[in-house]
Design a protein around this ligand. Structure first.
Ligand SMILES: *Cc1c(COP(=O)(O)O)cnc(C)c1O
Length: 732
């Protein structure tokens, strides 16, 4: 790659003593802060925090913003005071080693990708709270994917959009109604730098539409070994409305949407070409980037004079597509007018007619009534397509069966690779230390092996329980701080603000629920039978408390009503503040919740949860899942490693399904969960509960890591798509 290597150009080693080298020290810290690698290494996170713990928190754990508040001299004196010099040097050395290491899974299993990496396209990347260019699960999954690709040494470059205002910050007003606030991200406080072409120039790409030109500049953020390129339409030469095109995730109307996707797909491919990246494989993470193969086909026709059909076949062979939701609204559809306006010039170069182009986005190419669906384009232009859990695979094959009318359902060519999470990102420091003590020395490198996780059974139950409770207390401290801050913000009395600081009981069974407030996720299911719920919450010997968090889409009033209903329980004396709502769910809130809850609740309407990943994060930290048998849980639950709601069936009537699921939820809580949690031995330990925690970690930790996920993608998709020999993906 043509980029100068920031790690290798880092200058001389910082002196370990003396005042010499304040500037060099500052540069070293900046160097650490400018590669997102820091965000999954506790020794570096703790280093930044130790510089100024209060500002660290106030600045959303943003090391660059923090460093900007220091002069080199003040940093040096703070480093001396806190004895940080050797830790800084050590961290820089580790980063250098990481960036240059030659032995990895990628080298031995994906050498075919060496010169021709995978280009991974996604509309959002959730890497860390300090870089808000994601809205939820899809983004966090993309972030975890590229972090794991970096760790495994799988050659991969990533492409996305830079949203200068991100999604939105959520606050509730005095009535519990969600308010959205958009904040500009200051680029100088992010690790973004202009991506440069081989001759060192900052890059701007151009896309022609029927209605004029569209420009985008390209940023680079280094995520370990993976470069992430982010396109940004806020450039001179664009019309004012186009300068704002990439401001927000999922904002605006259909036209905004297709223009964003044009920048991502067509713009992204052009950017890679200008940067001298020659991908061997294209991975479309969700249909948003389905324009990618069309632009690659154009390149192939232009470069090698291939005919359209030949180019298409070749490009499809190299394209991998992952679909992420069975919910119809999750599949972009565009009218013929919008498609022609934005893809017309590209279509001219492809030498295909309007009807041919539209046909690529239709199940029935000739059906003039059908709109242009990005998922259909992606399915037609990729040889390998997959869903994100086994159950989602079945649902997806049924959903798109009419694309292959001559095939039986089992032979629809859509497989599945179940999602997983990036363990170093989601594993609490205290748990990591516990694993370090009891797992084999290099367990992080071997985390895909079941045997490694069997070692959890050799941990003393008391030690595991204490670690969990330490994490639970940290989580409660976080929640209390947030709840009192929320009250202050709403201008409530000092008494209420103070009460927030003492809310919740560290000894009570604590259930967490954090996710998007889409109605199919049924956030308020626990409130369906208030009397039954209140009896559990207010039980004197065996109390239960619940922490909710999550955003509703700005246009989703029913979602906002669910939030309101839950948030307003705090005004209802019967609830005794046993239900709290934490505002502004993001990676930070999620991390705190999943690391500290006893039980993580998920009760979507089956089978609409394609996978879900937050419950996988809980597993790593010793929390137990209580979930509908949907998404990943349908294949994860074995009767001993968590709890199931329902039996994995769906009634034809939605109302009946909801009623039955709620009934089952109450039953499991009353008959299994609460008794098991409060069943203590003479030492005060809930033995059966702790054993279940161990079962959860042992059976699920290795299976639902992003390490395993990226390994699967590499073996079953990337290597074969690049032309190497490997096994094909299991269809089901
Ligand atoms: C992990 C995560 C998600 C995904 O969780 P689901 O289980 O799919 O609901 C969503 N948002 C954030 C901020 C996350 O960290």
């Amino acid at each position: 790659m043509s980029q100068t290597d920031p790690v290798m150009d880092s200058g001389p080693e910082v002196q370990t003593t003396g005042e010499l080298g304040a500037d060099a020290l500052y540069q070293k810290c900046m160097l650490l802060a400018r590669n997102m690698w820091w965000s999954w290494h506790y020794e570096v996170i703790n280093l930044f925090r130790d510089l100024d713990p209060i500002r660290w928190r106030q600045l959303d754990h943003n090391p660059i913003a923090l460093l900007h508040e220091f002069t080199p001299e003040r940093l040096a004196s703070r480093a001396a005071e806190m004895v940080l010099y050797s830790r800084i040097n050590y961290a820089v050395r580790r980063l250098k080693e990481y960036m240059t290491t030659q032995t990895s899974f990628g080298v031995t299993h994906a050498s075919i990708l060496g010169a021709k990496p995978v280009a991974y396209f996604s509309a959002e990347f959730g890497l860390h709270e300090s870089l808000p260019i994601y809205s939820g699960g899809l983004g966090v999954l993309s972030g975890d994917h590229i972090k794991s690709a970096s760790g495994l040494g799988v050659p991969l470059v990533a492409v996305g959009l830079f949203y200068s205002q991100g999604y939105f910050r959520q606050h509730l007003d005095n009535n519990g109604w969600q308010k959205e606030e958009y904040q500009d991200t200051r680029v100088e406080n992010t690790p973004l730098e202009p991506a440069r072409t081989r001759d060192g120039k900052p890059l701007t790409i151009r896309i022609d539409t029927r209605d004029g030109k569209l420009f985008a500049k390209v940023w680079l953020v280094q995520v370990g070994r993976v470069p992430l390129y982010l396109l940004d339409s806020n450039v001179d030469g664009n019309r004012p409305e186009d300068r704002e095109l990439t401001n927000r995730l999922y904002g605006g109307n259909e036209r905004t949407r297709i223009r964003q996707e044009l920048v991502l797909g067509v713009g992204g491919v052009r950017a890679l070409r200008e940067l001298g990246v020659d991908p061997g494989v294209y991975h479309l993470n969700e249909g948003h980037s389905a324009f990618v193969p069309l632009e690659v086909v154009r390149e192939r026709m232009q470069d090698d004079g291939l005919a359209f059909d030949d180019a298409l076949r070749e490009v499809a062979h190299r394209t991998v597509f992952t679909t992420h939701t069975p919910v119809p609204a999750g599949h972009d559809r565009f009218s013929g007018g919008l498609v022609e306006e934005h893809l017309g010039p590209l279509r001219d170069q492809l030498g295909i007619s309007y009807d041919q182009l539209m046909g690529l986005g239709r199940v029935e190419p000739q059906n003039q009534q059908e709109t242009f669906c990005m998922t259909v384009v992606a399915l037609k232009l990729s040889r390998r397509a997959n869903a994100v859990s086994a159950l989602h695979g079945q649902v997806t094959r049924r959903m798109w069966a009419h694309l292959w009318p001559w095939r039986v359902e089992e032979e629809i060519p859509i497989g599945h690779i179940t999602n997983g999470v990036h363990v170093p990102t989601w594993l609490a420091w205290q748990m990591q230390q516990l694993y370090d003590r009891h797992f084999p020395p290099n367990w992080m490198q071997r985390m895909g092996e079941p045997d490694v996780w069997q070692n959890i059974y050799s941990v003393d139950p008391g030690e595991l329980w204490e670690t969990h409770n330490a994490l639970k207390n940290l989580m409660l401290t976080f929640v209390r701080r947030r709840v009192s801050r929320q009250s202050r913000r709403r201008g409530e009395s000092e008494d209420i603000v103070e009460a927030g600081r003492n809310i919740l009981d560290p000894n009570a069974l604590t259930i967490g629920f954090g996710r998007r407030f889409a109605t199919y996720k049924r956030a308020s299911m626990l409130l369906r039978d208030e009397e039954r719920l209140l009896a559990m919450l207010n039980n004197k010997e065996r109390p239960v408390q619940i922490i909710f968090a999550g955003k509703a889409h700005p246009a989703d009033d029913p979602g906002k009503q669910l939030i309101q209903r839950i948030a307003n329980t705090r005004r209802d004396p019967r609830f005794h503040n046993r239900i709290v709502f934490v505002e502004d769910y993001d990676v930070n809130v999620c991390r705190h919740l999943i690391q500290g809850v006893d039980v993580w609740l998920n009760n979507p309407r089956r089978p609409l949860e394609a996978s879900g990943t937050s419950g996988q994060k809980t597993v790593l930290n010793g929390g137990l899942n209580l979930s509908i048998l949907d998404g990943w849980w349908a294949e994860a639950y074995d009767g001993t490693n968590g709890f199931a709601i329902g039996r994995g069936t769906t009634h034809v009537s939605q109302e009946v399904t909801d009623q039955r699921d709620a009934e089952s939820l109450y039953n499991v809580l009353e008959e299994e969960i609460v008794p098991m949690f409060y069943d203590r031995d003479v030492d005060g330990l809930p033995r059966r509960w702790i054993h279940r925690m161990m079962n959860s970690i042992a059976t699920l930790g290795w299976r639902f890591s992003a390490h395993r996920m990226v390994t699967d993608y590499t073996r079953h998709c990337y290597v074969p798509a690049a032309g190497g020999v490997s096994c094909e993906m299991h269809l089901h």
